[in-house]
Design a protein around this ligand. Structure first.
Ligand code: PXP
Length: 245
């Protein structure tokens, strides 16, 4: 039997581009619609404390207008928990968040923040939201994730994607061991961060991985795969407008 790994598409960086001009274009909700038509199983967006990409109204529109499960990435803060409970996404992935970071830099330290994470898991679970914890492929963190009551872990693949050669192989073995351990203690296993065409294969081939979450690479690659089409369309419109002049 062939396993089917779910693809979660993170549309944050469509909003990054939109925000560069402060208007409405490009609309991340339109991108989510295209993602659905293209076979995405889920839409993911990270509402950061500083709202640097998606904003509260984007989250509400994604929930309302897109007929796919919405996965809400967020920090385990009171503000975000209240928003998640109001919007009621299918799932939440709890991530660490530092204002000065460019992207989520490391996994959640569940061991050091056990009480705060346990309270967040309980508050979200009580609202009917499936909670994942974004963690490094570290067995002690997985045990802590289980202990605080999370049903899912998302393994951080950023380091695997950043490394090369033997070091990348070693990190893949670490991810494999973590996925095995997570499944053995009853956690569902997702994976994400930094994945692209060249790195996704070995990760989804890990038997326990059920879902991947991918954003930056696909939004960036869409420029290269789509730019020619857009330029041809602009050429056509310019020529049409000038026909007969
Ligand atoms: N998973 C988590 C928890 C993340 O924070 C991110 C980045 O927002 C991703 C997956 C997607 O990472 P990337 O944009 O590098 O594909």
């Amino acid at each position: 039997m062939t396993k089917r790994v779910r693809l979660g598409v993170n549309i944050d960086h469509v909003a990054t581009l939109r925000n560069a001009r402060g208007g409405d274009h490009p609309d991340p909700v339109r991108a989510a619609r295209i993602a659905r038509e293209a076979g995405a199983d889920q839409i993911t967006a990270h509402l950061r404390e500083d709202r640097r990409h998606v904003r509260d109204d984007d989250m509400a529109r994604l929930k309302e207008e897109i007929a796919l499960p919405l996965n809400f990435e967020m920090a385990a803060t009171a503000e975000m928990i209240a928003i998640a409970r109001r919007i009621a996404p299918h799932s939440v992935c709890l991530v660490p968040e530092r204002r000065e970071e460019r992207t989520t830099e490391g996994g959640l330290d569940v061991i050091a923040n056990r009480v705060q994470v346990a309270e967040a898991v309980a508050a979200l679970t009580e609202a009917g939201i499936r909670v994942a914890l974004f963690v490094e492929p570290d067995l002690a963190q997985l045990d802590a994730a289980r202990a605080v009551g999370a049903p899912v872990v998302e393994l951080h693949t950023g380091r695997y994607c950043d490394l090369n050669g033997g070091a990348r192989e070693a990190e893949l073995r670490r991810l494999a061991a973590a996925a095995r351990h997570a499944a053995a203690i009853g956690l569902a296993v997702h994976a994400g961060h930094g994945l692209g065409f060249d790195t996704v294969g070995p990760v989804v081939a890990l038997p326990e991985v059920e879902e991947v979450s991918i954003g930056h690479f696909m939004i960036g690659e869409a420029i290269f795969l789509g730019l020619g089409t857009v330029i041809r369309e602009m050429r056509r419109r310019i020529d049409n407008a000038c026909a007969g002049l």
